[in-house]
Design a binder for this molecule. Structure first.
Ligand SMILES: [Ca+2]
Ligand SMILES: [Ca+2]
Length: 486
């Protein structure tokens, strides 16, 4: 603290008082009408991986080089933060909260923290481990452990979700430092474990209203009602993919296909070893549609290799041994996917659709009209438009309304007389021309081949073998769709 003293009269008195340090915040009570004006130190500290500048509207702060200054008690100060190119200003801690300019009246020694992140933070920063989902027992735990001061292995132990893109404690600590100001949920200028941290973890466990905020809103908070706290937390949080009606681990066996009825259709499900039975970790979903004469009960094994399989498989039923109705059966597919999301933790951005022949037609019809639900599709011996009941123009217009051009791998057998290659090339090329990331795979084979059938003068692996060896590996291509968000 610096103290300067001014007096209304008398050079002598002034001479006595200049340079004298008096108690913090006290007027010196001098006789003869002397008035002491106390100065307080304001210090700006920069945090985070990025860079930027903080300037004050009055006084010397230009931080940059000058990060502190003395201000007379009662001075109204405005601090403005400007991120460097490639950095994002993520907010203030101290007398201010949030990312707007910091305006306050100084009344004591004051420390301000300005945080800059590089690269910029995503729109939903509370996905701490970066696996495209915000979950209580991973992201929530990381937040509250961080606010309790845990670091290194103790910070991340058991708290990194499957599919995470931030996996080391260095990455997690760096990220949490970058979003530090965003953790100040109640807006009191501090990010604290027993207020903000508990709010985050309660929110991610689904608490709302009174139970969300009971006993955890700090003094000086600017957000004190459940509604304000919920709104602020929701802004920073991806929708949880935790299932609303989670299936018990005793109700099915991993690596064994089983049937589930969604109220409309009985479909078949296969859950791999890798799935987190407590549902705390989102997983990929592969949705497969059989061809005419095929069955969901049979095909579930074709699309479920097991072992290190990274996805849950579902084969949609309701047309066992039949062809699909491309007009009415998209509802079966969408209902089956929506229902499965209520039973298992499915990453909404990682749902992939696929089908063979008539199932390929239904897959195309369904994905063009619901493109935001799917990251992409894997198709065998079918065509994007011809038998889908939706013209090229209608299908392209349907997806353009959503804007998401889903990924496609289209496998065509060169000797397929049901979907001749010339017509398939025309339609797949039209999709490529419309901007879809579509990969064409063309191999010898007829419309349906058993293993070892002779095509083009030599034995071929067969239709099912090609599905397994050529298409299924693309489930692990890393596709991420909009997750149902338009
Ligand atoms: Ca996460
Ligand atoms: Ca707070």
């Amino acid at each position: 603290m610096h103290t300067t003293t001014v007096t209304s009269r008398g050079a002598t008195l002034l001479g006595v008082l200049v340079g004298v340090v008096v108690g913090i915040g006290a007027f010196n009570g001098a006789a003869d009408g002397a008035v002491a004006v106390v100065d307080f130190e304001l210090t700006v500290t920069k945090a985070g991986s990025g860079s930027g500048n903080v300037v004050s509207n009055i006084g010397a702060i230009n931080c940059g080089a000058t990060c502190s200054g003395a201000y007379a008690d009662g001075t109204a100060i405005t601090l403005t933060a400007t991120p460097a190119v490639g950095s994002q200003f993520t907010g203030w801690l101290g007398p201010c909260t949030g990312p707007s300019t910091c305006q306050f009246t100084i009344g004591g020694t004051t420390a301000v923290v300005a945080t800059f992140a590089s690269p910029p933070i995503s729109g939903k920063p509370f996905d701490i481990d970066g696996n495209n989902s915000t979950d209580a027992l991973t992201d929530g735990l990381l937040v509250i452990r961080n606010l309790f001061g845990l670091s290194n292995a103790a910070l991340i132990d058991g708290a990194i979700g499957l599919g995470a893109t931030r996996t080391t404690f260095q990455q997690i600590q760096g990220y949490l430092a970058d979003i530090g100001p965003m953790l100040d949920i109640d807006g009191n200028g501090q990010a604290d474990a027993l207020t903000d941290g508990l709010i985050v973890i309660r929110y991610l466990f689904g608490l709302r209203g009174g139970p969300l905020i009971a006993g955890v809103v700090a003094p000086g908070a600017i957000r004190t009602t459940a509604g304000d706290i919920e709104t602020q937390t929701a802004k920073l949080t991806l929708p949880s993919s935790f299932p609303s009606n989670p299936i018990s681990s005793g109700a099915y066996s991993k690596n064994v296909a089983f049937a589930l009825n969604d109220g409309m259709t009985t479909s078949y499900i296969y859950v791999p070893t890798a799935y987190d039975v407590n549902h705390n970790t989102p997983t990929k979903l592969f949705v497969w549609l059989h061809g005419c004469g095929g069955t969901a009960a049979g095909d579930i094994w074709s699309v479920s290799p097991g072992g290190a399989q990274s996805w849950i498989s579902i084969t949609v039923g309701g047309r066992e041994g039949e062809c699909w109705n491309v007009t009415s059966d998209p509802a079966r597919v969408m209902t089956a996917v929506a229902y499965l999301k209520t039973r298992f933790n499915i990453d909404p951005g990682k749902v992939i659709l696929g089908g063979y022949s008539s199932g390929g037609d239904l897959a195309y019809r369904t994905i063009f009209n619901n493109s935001n639900t799917f990251a992409g599709c894997l198709i065998e011996n079918s065509s994007p438009f011809r038998d889908t009941g939706s013209s090229q123009a209608q299908s392209l217009a349907a997806v353009n309304a959503g804007g998401w051009k889903f990924n496609v791998v289209h496998l065509a057998h060169l000797q397929d007389t049901t979907y001749p290659i010339v017509g398939v090339r025309t339609e797949t090329n039209a999709m490529i021309g419309a901007g879809f990331p579509l990969s064409k795979v063309e191999v010898d084979g007829g419309h349906y081949d058993d293993a070892g059938a002779i095509e083009n003068g030599h034995p071929v692996p067969g239709t099912t073998a090609d599905l397994i060896s050529i298409l299924l590996p693309h489930i692990d291509d890393g596709w991420v769709g909009p997750g149902g968000v338009p």
